[in-house]
Design a protein around this ligand. Structure first.
Ligand SMILES: Nc1nc2c(c(=O)[nH]1)N[C@H]1C(S)=C(S)[C@@H](COP(=O)(O)OP(=O)(O)OC[C@H]3O[C@@H](n4cnc5c(=O)[nH]c(N)nc54)[C@H](O)[C@@H]3O)O[C@H]1N2
Ligand SMILES: Nc1nc2c(c(=O)[nH]1)N[C@H]1C(S)=C(S)[C@@H](COP(=O)(O)OP(=O)(O)OC[C@H]3O[C@@H](n4cnc5c(=O)[nH]c(N)nc54)[C@H](O)[C@@H]3O)O[C@H]1N2
Ligand SMILES: [Mo]
Length: 820
């Protein structure tokens, strides 16, 4: 797939150029030249990750080569970084404790957290400290004391699922006395609003199959979606099965439109029409299109009548009858920057062709993010193509290869959090405290006992005193870093268990070194949607330094809490894998597929499964369209809810009962905007969030030794910024240094700094410190999307940019603590 180009290809001959990957050859033979051929003969150990299935070559106990599995149609160019992450200098080698914490106890000198002053301790000492802290906090503060709602992209694998293992240890060992979290950072707004609108989560569900899209879709719209970039990644083990279909669609020559402030990899791949929209104003753009359809009587009244409720209540808002403002193309144009004629043209184009509106998730990772996909569904309903082959909308074509047809395959079981053991525990029934919306963590720390709303319920924040974080990097993923640095001081104790010296580890008191998924055995399904294979994730090498498996660490903790047997149920690593596999064996008979016994499977390494013809013809909502009475949706009305009585009853001012344009807390393009540039904090092309930022891959994309910042030539010129300059990006919340890439690929008024760059404060621990590397969450807003979903607003930020003329400070984020 040669046209899958990165912004950096021309500049740095990186990512998909074979010669550049050859340059990484010391750590990995070229994926693309030798590619599949080598894989077939190459590595000896099969394993897999969020980046796909691979074969590892091991020499004298050291992992020396990585090749994509031959069944991967489009290997991720990030694969060499996976190998390097094991041996990277950022690896956590030993258990470490913050000096003040070790010498003076919990809560000591919390304002020094993040300054890097750690002491190496033995595993024995570290585990004693961890368990005595868990007991102390539990005894002193009760069930609200410990936060174990640890969130993040832990590695693939059904057993070493560190977050489930953490909660399992506390469920069996402390009778479930911990605070959990609800939702995620990916789709928080949509996964709460969509059940009210469509009766399902929508965001994690199979899409109309891509063969149908190739065949039947005339106009394919990527609305704030960049699948060529984001489908590199899967939550289980990535399959990359969407890429060949993208190739096929491209060959048809049919129309592709990308609505995005950036000319994305996807836009370049398809040579698509690029429509730049002012960030955070898509709801206005959608309303403008909807208004045109209605005004010109192009909307599908019959579909609206038969398959939706509430259009009548929405129309007065659309026409302006209810608020005096018609949501016309002209009105929309003022807000979103797309010319009114273009908006009208889009309305007619969509209406007169089979159109698939495929949306990514940035649109809902914004203030009032609930509205974007609700309005998209409303627009798709007015077009009347939902449930027809190749028409309607899709919220997961860009994620984990949604739309790749599903195989007839068994689904593995996995480790549970052991919550069943404590069901009915008295404290869980108390109002509020058991779980918080995941992105409200800083709000919780600042307001113990404070009120918050969530999806129709009024709740109170628990008074949390300790955090145990595994498999996530909150000092990367959470918004408004400086507010967070301060709030984190409210914790008396912070434990981080990871394999990299992330900023979160540097801001912890106790740091435990975990193994990577390549130093232990596990099993996993391949392809979140395609489910095309079952993989033996075989240990590639022995644990490096003093790293231990998450399962072993939590078994020991549970044991020290007096519940070791309840935790392990008497099974070791292989014992558990066999049990998870037996679930698949049982399904074999029911699904009429051949599932060999465990030993045969383990020997083979991977089992692939057939994709039935009917899966290739799957049309989302086809059944509903066929028979809305027999196949009702899971909404109260059984239909698509353009107006929701349930949401109306909640009475939230920031989430009215039908899709509504509401100004976000800040955006560019308004007369009172405090800063002129929008910050596009999209997902990185060459990382998974912060993962692999600590590897050699970084050398290939850094600019002036820092995270790149894409800026339009016009904006650069106005500021005297040249390509390759160090720039300071700043607003009232924070400031970071980055390296400028001057380009036409980003719209004027927008800068792009990917999320996941490692936070590298010049003065670690001090709120407001200049970040020398480029963690974009220095700049973003930490508020909930609305009272409904309380999702994060990682795509809400405005700032300014200037050339940095002083001597730029050193980047220290990748050095690990001083004491090592
Ligand atoms: N501004 C802005 N912010 C964003 C976003 C955005 O678009 N814009 N996107 C948001 C989204 S969608 C997400 S999902 C989050 C991602 O946020 P995270 O998922 O927290 O980010 P990762 O960098 O993937 O962090 C995973 C961590 O887990 C560790 N880890 C991996 N495997 C294991 C394991 O087996 N055991 C242990 N103990 N540790 C392990 C890794 O080393 C890494 O430090 O970021 C969110 N933040
Ligand atoms: N390579 C890579 N792939 C990944 C990940 C990764 O870290 N790296 N992370 C995975 C995860 S956890 C998730 S949740 C998904 C995330 O998937 P998404 O949330 O869809 O990804 P983003 O890159 O944040 O945003 C997609 C596009 O939206 C555009 N955009 C931003 N703001 C606006 C706006 O206001 N309007 C419009 N129209 N467009 C806008 C961005 O420029 C970008 O091109 O990706 C997954 N895939
Ligand atoms: Mo995500």
């Amino acid at each position: 797939m040669s046209a899958n180009r990165s912004y950096y290809v021309n500049r740095r001959d990186f990512l998909l150029s074979a010669s550049a990957l050859g340059a990484l050859g010391a750590i990995a033979p070229s994926l693309l030249t030798a590619g599949a051929a080598r894989a077939a003969e190459g590595g000896d150990v099969l394993n897999g990750s969020h980046w796909g299935v691979f074969k590892a070559t091991v020499k004298d106990g050291r992992w020396v080569g990585i090749d994509a599995w031959e069944g991967d149609p489009h290997p991720s160019p990030q694969l060499p970084g996976v190998l390097d992450s094991v041996y990277s200098p950022t690896r956590i080698k030993y258990p470490m404790v913050r000096r003040a914490f070790l010498e003076k106890g919990a809560g000591a000198a919390v304002e020094e957290r993040g300054n890097g002053d750690f002491v190496r301790v033995s595993w024995e000492q570290a585990m004693d400290l961890v368990v005595s802290e868990l007991k102390r906090v539990n005894e002193t503060y009760g069930p609200e004391g410990i936060f174990a709602g640890s969130y993040g992209w832990k590695s693939s694998g059904k057993l070493h699922n560190c977050q489930s293992l953490l909660r399992r240890a506390l469920n069996v060992g402390l009778k479930g006395a911990f605070v959990n979290s609800t939702g995620d950072y990916s789709t928080a707004a949509s996964q709460v609003i969509m059940p009210h609108v469509m009766g399902t989560l929508e965001v994690y569900e199979q899409q109309t199959a891509l063969p149908v899209v190739v065949e039947s879709t005339d106009v394919l719209v990527f609305w704030g979606a960049d699948p060529i970039k984001t489908n590199q990644i899967g939550w289980t083990v990535a399959d990359h099965d969407t890429y060949p279909y993208m190739e096929e669609f491209k060959k048809t020559g049919k129309k592709v439109i990308c609505i995005d402030p950036v000319r994305t990899q996807t836009a370049k791949f398809f040579d698509a029409e690029w429509i730049t929209v002012r960030p955070q104003t898509d709801v206005a753009l959608m309303l403008g299109i909807a208004h045109t359809l209605y005004a010109e009587e192009l909307h599908d009244a019959e579909f609206l009548e038969n398959y939706t409720v509430g259009f009548d209540q929405f129309v007065p808002y659309l026409t302006g009858e209810s608020d005096g403002t018609p949501k016309s193309a002209e009105w929309a144009s003022e807000i979103c920057g797309v010319p009114a004629d273009k908006i009208k043209e889009l309305a007619k184009l969509f209406q007169s062709n089979r159109t698939m509106l495929s949306s990514g998730w940035s649109l809902q990772r914004q203030h009032h993010g609930e509205q974007a996909h609700w309005m998209l569904v409303t627009l798709a309903s007015m077009l009347g193509q939902i449930g027809l082959p190749g028409g309607g909308f899709g919220l997961s074509y860009h994620y984990a290869n949604g739309g790749a047809p599903s195989a007839n395959s068994p689904v593995l079981a996995g480790i549970t959090d052991g919550g069943a053991a404590v069901e009915g525990a008295a404290w869980l029934t108390q109002a509020g405290a058991a779980s918080i919306p995941v992105a409200r963590i800083v709000d919780m720390l600042e307001n113990p006992g404070g009120d918050f709303n969530f999806n129709g319920k009024a709740q109170k924040y628990p008074a949390v005193k300790m955090a145990y974080w595994v498999g996530g990097n909150p000092f990367s993923h959470h918004q408004d870093r400086n507010r967070m640095v301060k709030a984190w001081q409210k914790f008396e104790t912070v434990i981080v268990q990871d394999f990299q010296w992330t900023a979160s580890a540097r801001f912890a008191d106790i740091v435990l070194p975990a193994t990577t998924a390549y130093e232990r055995n596990d099993i996993e399904n391949v392809g979140d949607y395609s489910l095309k294979a079952v993989l033996a994730m075989k240990k590639v090498i022995d644990p490096v330094f003093e790293a231990r498996n998450d399962f072993d660490i939590f078994s020991e903790i549970a044991d020290k809490l007096g519940a070791g047997d309840a935790f392990t149920e008497g099974k070791d690593e292989m014992g558990w894998l066999k049990e998870f596999y037996s679930a698949a064996e049982q399904q074999g008979a029911a699904k009429n597929i051949d599932v060999p016994d465990f030993d045969t499977f383990w020997e083979k390494g991977i089992l692939t499964f057939e994709i039935p013809e009917e899966a290739k013809q799957y049309v989302r909502y086809g059944d509903y369209r066929e028979d809305p009475l027999l196949e009702p949706l899971g909404t109260p009305s059984g239909k698509i809810e353009i107006f929701s009585r349930n949401i109306e009853k909640m009475g939230y001012e920031d989430c009215p009962a039908h899709p509504t344009w509401m100004e976000p807390i800040e955006r560019t393009g308004t007369p009172d905007a405090k800063f002129p540039m929008h910050v596009d904090a999209a997902h990185p092309e060459y990382r998974l969030h912060s993962q692999l930022c600590g590897t050699k891959l970084r050398d290939e994309y850094m600019v002036a030794g820092r995270e790149p910042c894409l800026i339009n030539a016009k904006d650069a010129e106005a500021r005297g910024i040249a390509d390759g300059d160090v720039v300071r990006v700043f607003n009232d919340r924070g400031q970071l240094l980055a390296g400028a890439i001057v380009t036409e690929d980003v719209a004027p008024g927008v800068v792009r700094v990917f999320e996941g760059g490692w936070y590298s404060p010049v003065e670690g621990g001090k709120p407001g410190s200049l970040d020398a590397y480029g963690d974009v969450n220095n700049l973003t807003v930490d508020i909930g999307t609305s009272s409904l979903a309380q999702g994060n607003c990682g795509h809400t930020a405005i700032a300014d940019v200037e050339k940095y003329t002083e001597t730029p400070p050193e980047v220290t984020a990748f050095d690990g603590p001083k004491a090592e």
